[in-house]
Design a protein around this ligand. Structure first.
Ligand code: PLP
Length: 492
């Protein structure tokens, strides 16, 4: 069969199919002589798959540590170099287990958690409570109580009613609750651009837009909790901050925002920073003090496919420095302590997923970019990587048990689930001699893959195997067995 030729909008045939694009694969991933198969931190993918089976998540400790260190060092060097304070939180929801907590901690990072379960993991893994933040738009009383009882460094309050609940729990426990208020600055960033609006129609945070306090005023008034200095046309963020400032057991530390994820351009962060600093200045005029801290969240993009163009930690830190200094000077306030919360950009590039090729099928395409599409089925799919079906996310795949050589064929890599949308890689080139039993590796699956994995179709969650140069690979998260799944059924 001759190779199908692309007509439109199809990735170009790679000049060197064996090359690992450094925008997508970190230096932990290399091809090894003699067969040219993939190695992770020096460990052949074929050996890892033979010992642990597939699908298999492989997670490079070396890459994770290097990226965690890079973020912290860049922000400390750039902002610290100008006399400003900075903290870097690893956003645990991207990928969380005790090992990554320890690696993040040893790199000097703090930890973001978004539920009681994530908080429990952070604490169990030895992160100091004061270095942990608790997020969430719907924290339970049990979660708030646990956070306060253990003494977390901060609770990021997400609503006016939650501020009252934090006060209540803190009073019962006899502690002072360290609180940041999450605001929605009206900046929503996409990968390639950001949109600035007055209002944001989403569940998180308190709006910075003028007049939005009205909806919360009545409820506070009814409870006798309306701050006397609150004005009719305040933003709900202002109302929340005035309220928090007056609560006896709440220590209002600062303002938090998070504008999106997988963002390449720093302009969205800069616009959010300007709006948050303007708010800080206005608030200072009302309460007579400048809140010491601003947290601009995470969201830094990584390379998933050729052409992705992420900023370096250094570039991001430089952009933040310029923006904070300019905005602070404009509003006549001090540059606050800056916190950032990268998740994906630290964990994502550290991971890859290994799959075994099964059924291969050529399908005639009526009006697609190629006349024939080769469907390559693998032994996992949307249960171990939900991002393509959730977001249409794109990934890069490569042949992992030998070098891909010779003629390349237009392929679609699909999973084994009962969904047409169960696509791992929509459009790619794989060697014409690909056959069942070959091993494929998908790049940059370290974030939001294991974390979003499911047992759809009663597939078991794969284990996560860690690698480091010069050390035997080891399991950092156990895989499930079918028996584990059967054991969940008490009626069996
Ligand atoms: C998800 C999230 C992050 C991390 O986002 P990334 O895109 O993984 O960097 C940081 N902060 C908050 C509040 C989040 O919800």
């Amino acid at each position: 069969m001759s190779a199908p030729q692309p007509t439109t909008a199809y990735p170009a045939v790679p000049a060197d199919p064996a090359a690992l694009d450094p925008a997508v694969w970190t230096s932990s991933f290399r091809r090894e002589a003699p067969e040219g198969g993939l190695a992770v931190d020096g460990h052949a993918a074929t050996d890892l798959a033979a010992e642990h089976g597939t699908p298999l998540y492989v997670f490079s400790e070396d890459t994770f540590r290097a990226r965690a260190r890079d973020y912290r060092e860049a922000f400390v060097r750039v902002l610290g170099g100008h006399g400003h304070e900075v903290s870097v939180y690893y956003a645990g929801k991207a990928f969380l287990c005790s090992s990554v907590v320890r690696w993040a901690r040893e790199a000097g990072l703090n930890l973001d958690t978004a539920s009681g379960g994530e908080l429990a993991m952070g604490l169990a893994a030895g992160m100091e409570p004061e270095r942990i933040a608790l997020h969430g738009n719907n924290k339970s009383d049990a979660e708030l109580t646990e956070a306060l009882r253990r003494g977390v460094g901060r609770i990021v309050a997400d609503s006016v009613p939650e501020l009252l609940r934090i006060q209540e729990r803190a009073a019962v426990l006899g502690v002072r609750a360290p609180v940041m208020i999450r605001v929605t600055p009206g900046v929503h960033a996409e990968t390639h651009e950001f949109i600035a609006t007055a209002h944001e129609d989403q569940k998180f945070g308190l709006s910075l837009a003028r007049g939005t306090a009205a909806l919360n005023r009545q409820a506070l008034e009814a409870e006798g909790m309306l701050p006397p200095e609150a004005a009719e046309d305040d933003s709900v963020a202002m109302l929340g901050a005035l309220l928090a400032e007056g609560l006896p057991d709440v220590d209002l530390r600062g303002i938090h925002c998070h504008i999106g994820s997988q963002i390449f351009q720093p302009e969205g962060f800069e616009e959010a920073a300007r709006r948050v600093l303007a708010f800080l200045a206005e608030l200072a005029g009302r309460i007579g003090r400048e809140l010491p801290e601003v947290d601009l969240g995470g969201g830094y993009g990584i390379g998933y496919v050729a052409g992705d163009d992420p900023r370096t930690p250094e570039q991001l830190a430089q952009a933040m420095l310029r923006t904070l200094e300019t905005a602070a000077a404009e509003h006549g306030i001090a540059v606050p302590h800056l916190s950032v919360e990268p998740g994906r950009s630290i964990a994502g590039p550290a991971g890859a997923t290994l799959y075994t090729v099964g059924t291969i099928k050529d399908v005639v395409v009526d009006d697609g970019p190629v006349p024939v599409r080769r469907y390559v089925s693998v032994d996992g799919g949307m249960s171990d990587n939900a991002r393509p079906i959730l977001y249409g996310s794109e990934y890069t795949v490569t042949l992992a048990n030998r070098a891909p050589q010779g003629e390349q064929v237009a392929c679609r890599v699909v999973g084994k689930h009962c969904e047409t949308g169960d696509i791992v890689i929509r459009d790619c080139w794989l060697p014409a001699d690909l056959r069942a039993g070959d091993l494929l590796a998908v790049a940059a699956t370290g974030a939001y893959c294991w974390a979003l994995s499911s047992n759809y179709n009663y597939l078991t969650r794969p284990p996560v195997l860690a690698t480091s140069a010069g050390q035997p690979p080891w399991t950092i998260i156990r895989g499930q067995t079918v028996q584990n799944l059967l054991d969940q059924d008490p009626c069996l």
